[in-house]
Design a binder for this molecule. Structure first.
Ligand SMILES: NC(=O)c1ccc[n+]([C@@H]2O[C@H](COP(=O)([O-])OP(=O)(O)OC[C@H]3O[C@@H](n4cnc5c(N)ncnc54)[C@H](OP(=O)(O)O)[C@@H]3O)[C@@H](O)[C@H]2O)c1
Ligand SMILES: [Zn+2]
Length: 346
């Protein structure tokens, strides 16, 4: 099969389009013919230097949609030809967290494409349990845009921050995969959304998607903007994933009883907080990582019904994976970049 193979970590030039052995499946696995695989920011770090990446040579790609091409002998609920999206998290299924439905807390969890070979390829092997059916109405790129970005944003806003209709939610870097998903989920819930981005073009798209207030943080201090627009009150919830560079302003943007929920540290791990202000304002700081497969099924159902419309910036042929990584590095995407092995490079 054709695949993008990493023989060693490093720059974008390390993404090698080549022939590679088609994966074999175990008794409980399925073989998926990949139609689309979305790129995540984690892929850039995995390509560069993340030490957990395994096996080597490695095939990246955690967000996979395609058609079932083969099934192991002990697979019963899935048939060849089914259209599926893969839940990206392979959990042990046996620990207390797994049996409680909190697979994203499992200490033995693995991420497809990070701890296993993934979807930058014509075929990928995965546990049958990870497959979720998608309707004909949901195209493969839209389906591939869902798992990591939408599951993360859903778990952050719905499960952790418990957003309510009428609340004010600030979404940082709204053009990111997680941010654009967060914008849709907050609007679906009936929240008023404040959104930041580094370009006016991204903010224009955010307004078209329903953002109520937008601010270019390269030109204006976004926390001051939020306070100005809320008569000094601040927002109920901040969706954080940028990290060190925005942490202080994110906390300043919170109203009394506000909740900050974070899933990422794109700009660094360090953040400070004034503890007195935190308890006086009764703030909550919430961590969040991926989500459960039951949450993902809910999201896929909403997408199947057209109530969530995944934001795909563009789909590139698999052979253009280097360009896909470059677009994310340049921060010029609004939503997800997908790779498709079935899209011609001509
Ligand atoms: N914990 C989890 O389960 C989980 C799951 C998914 C993602 N994440 C994390 O969440 C973050 C966002 O992921 P994503 O896939 O949505 O990312 P993405 O689509 O690549 O978007 C990242 C955005 O961050 C903004 N940004 C601000 N400062 C930046 C800087 N110095 N360098 C690069 N980008 C900067 C950029 O938008 P502007 O230029 O408009 O600001 C950029 O487009 C990442 O840190 C990722 O690892 C965590
Ligand atoms: Zn477990």
């Amino acid at each position: 099969m054709k695949a993008i193979v990493l023989y060693q970590q490093g720059g974008i030039d390390k993404l090698t389009y080549t022939d590679y052995a088609t994966p074999e499946i175990s008794e409980t696995e399925i073989l998926v013919q990949v139609e689309a695989c979305a790129i995540n920011r984690l892929d850039l770090r995995a390509r560069q230097d993340r030490p957990e990446v395994d096996p080597f040579p490695h095939i990246l790609g955690s967000d996979i949609a395609g058609v079932v091409a083969d099934i192991g002998p002990r697979v019963s609920e899935i048939s060849v030809g089914d259209r599926v999206v893969l839940s990206p998290n392979i959990s042990c299924g046996q620990c207390n967290d797994c049996t409680d439905g909190n697979e994203n807390l499992c200490s033995r969890q693995k991420l497809i494409g990070f701890h296993t070979n993934g979807g930058y390829a014509e075929y990928v092997a995965a546990p049958a349990n990870n497959a979720i059916f998608i309707d004909q109405s949901l195209d493969f790129s839209s389906a591939a845009a869902i798992p990591i970005a939408y599951l993360t944003a859903w778990h952050m806003l719905i499960t952790r921050a418990k957003i309510q209709p009428g609340e004010d939610v600030l979404i940082l870097s709204v053009g990111s995969g997680v941010g654009s998903a967060g914008l849709q989920i907050a609007k679906l819930t009936g929240c008023r959304v404040f959104a930041t981005a580094s370009s006016d073009q991204k903010l224009q798209i955010a307004r078209q998607m329903g953002a109520d207030f937008t601010v270019n943080y390269k030109k204006v201090d976004f926390s001051q903007f939020v306070l100005d627009q809320t008569n000094g009150r601040g927002v109920n919830v901040v969706l954080e994933h940028v990290g060190q560079a925005t942490w202080q302003q994110s906390i300043t943007s919170l109203a009394k009883n506000g909740r900050l929920v974070t899933c990422g540290v794109t700009t660094g791990n360090e953040g400070q907080i004034d503890i007195r202000k935190m308890y006086q304002k009764q703030l909550s700081l919430l961590g969040s990582a991926l989500g459960s497969s039951s949450e993902l099924r809910t999201i896929i159902q909403l997408a199947n019904n057209g109530m969530l419309n995944p934001i795909v910036d563009q789909t590139l042929p698999l052979s253009k994976a280097q360009l896909g990584h470059q677009i994310l590095e340049d921060r010029s995407n609004f939503g997800k970049i997908c790779l498709s092995p079935t899209l011609s490079a001509e």
